[in-house]
Design a protein around this ligand. Structure first.
Ligand SMILES: Nc1ncnc2c1ncn2[C@@H]1O[C@H](COP(=O)(O)OP(=O)(O)OP(=O)(O)O)[C@@H](O)[C@H]1O
Ligand SMILES: [Mg+2]
Length: 224
């Protein structure tokens, strides 16, 4: 069996730019085995978020392919696949403004199970671990940036995804909460062999991961 839970092969990604082309990724190769943890660092604008979106099947490469245990994911199954297997923590958390914190967290589980009561109770459980249960009935615009971040992380965790893709998840957090969140990520990794790919500018966090990569000149280079 292919142990590589996710693999990127020769990924090229460009964006149109005033009549010319901005080449962001020009041949990225990457793979990670189930249960591994990886940090991606790199300068602002180097293509880290672009890469994460591709790994999470939220966007498509110009060429190259992303495989899950060696297989392509069928176009028609993408939404279901993402909800089941991938927990995405966005750099700019996209919470639903018309829903409270606990409802935001419960949503992916509700979509999967159709059980609102169970989903809310699991959501509360995770919010509690994130030290934010007392804010559960607040709407996103009534939460601080760091609180929103924690709600977004809780939402990414609720379905126990095989892979957590976290794009600067602790960017808005103070040291105490940042440490707590990292502990939560790493506990999950230990307990349920959850695979973790995290973009960070924080070298202390990067050092906690099994492997480190740098995005540079459109390529991903392992830091040994
Ligand atoms: N939708 C888009 N259209 C055009 N250009 C884009 C788009 N998204 C990103 N870019 C450009 O692609 C490059 C890579 O962006 P990306 O967001 O991947 O960088 P990053 O490494 O995540 O940076 P940061 O550390 O600041 O988050 C940047 O120069 C950015 O301006
Ligand atoms: Mg980014």
């Amino acid at each position: 069996m292919n142990k590589k839970i996710i693999e990127a092969r020769n990924i090229v990604k460009t964006y149109p730019e005033n009549g010319s082309v901005l080449e962001v990724l020009n041949g990225v190769d990457f793979s990670i085995e189930k249960g591994q943890t990886v940090a991606v660092i790199g300068e602002s604008g180097s293509g880290k978020s672009t890469f994460m979106h591709l790994l999470g099947f939220l966007d498509k490469p110009d060429s190259g392919e992303i495989l899950f245990y060696g297989d392509k994911v069928k176009e028609k199954k993408l939404a279901e696949f993402r909800n089941k297997h991938i927990g995405f923590v966005f750099q700019f958390h996209y919470l639903l403004n018309d829903f409270t914190a606990v409802e935001n967290v419960a949503m992916p589980m509700f979509i999967k199970t159709k059980d609102w009561k169970d989903s809310l109770s699991k959501a509360e459980n995770i919010l509690d671990k994130m030290d934010i249960l007392k804010r559960k009935n607040h709407y996103p615009n009534q939460l601080s940036g760091g609180e929103q971040q924690r709600v977004a992380i809780a939402r990414a965790m609720i379905n126990n995804p095989d892979i957590i893709l976290a794009d600067e998840p602790t960017g808005n957090l103070d040291e105490k909460h940042s440490d707590e969140i990292m502990k939560l990520f790493l506990d999950l990794n230990q307990e349920s062999a959850q695979t973790l790919i995290i973009v960070t500018h924080n070298h202390n966090i990067a050092d906690l991961m099994n492997k480190k990569y740098e995005m540079k000149s459109g390529k991903l280079v392992e830091i040994l």
